[in-house]
Design a protein. Sequence first.
Length: 253
Amino acid sequence: MKAYRRVSTLLALALVATLVLGLMPVRNASAQAPTATVNTGALNLRSGPGVNYPVVFSVYRGTVLTLLARNANTSWLKVALDNGVQGWVSRPYVYTVYPLATLPVDSSTTPSPAPLPVPAVGTVNTGALNVRQGPGISFPRIRALPRGAQVDLLARDSATIWLKVRLSDGVIGWLNGTYILTAYPKGNLPVEGVYVPPVPQPQPPAYRTHVVQSGENLYRIGLRYGVNWLAIAAANGIAYPYWVYAGQVLRIP
């Protein structure tokens, strides 16, 4: 009899518990607050869903974010802060139990910004690199740059061997591009032609002159100046029989 009463009591308690639980509101996924918590040391909010978008704000571990939307593959979440700032965060760096698939997909973000242009700068990667006045070793040397020196790239020659550069103090010159490290495509530099001065022509030798006196001949004149008389004849266009006359002006080589 006691065993029967004990079983009846347990059944009654179970029934009451079932009724109480049935009356309690059920918190389903849709009723959960659309929030997430930052689970990394510091997290950037960006203006769009990607690291190429600029940072608009930074938050730290434990910050609660209100979930607003997601991108198509749920790799980025659009969130709002309690100060009203909105932005996008990378999904792996927040914790949430909210079903992210139920967030609306936001595809109205601004187009991805164009990547920043690579600056036209280079770094010397040799012990000492000569900077010259023109694109070639025949041009005078301006100075030598040490390893690690940075230069602005301005132009190139047609073969992209020599680069026109500006040094840190504003001096402009040319150097061999083989010894320059740069992320900038050298072929994109404008081609600059350089005026190469003509090779100076050798000046004719400076001649002495001699006025032929009465009774002189080429042989005697050569002895006077220590020059072979045939060389005097050749310098003055005198042919056989190699006659000269008084008063004639001769060039003495």
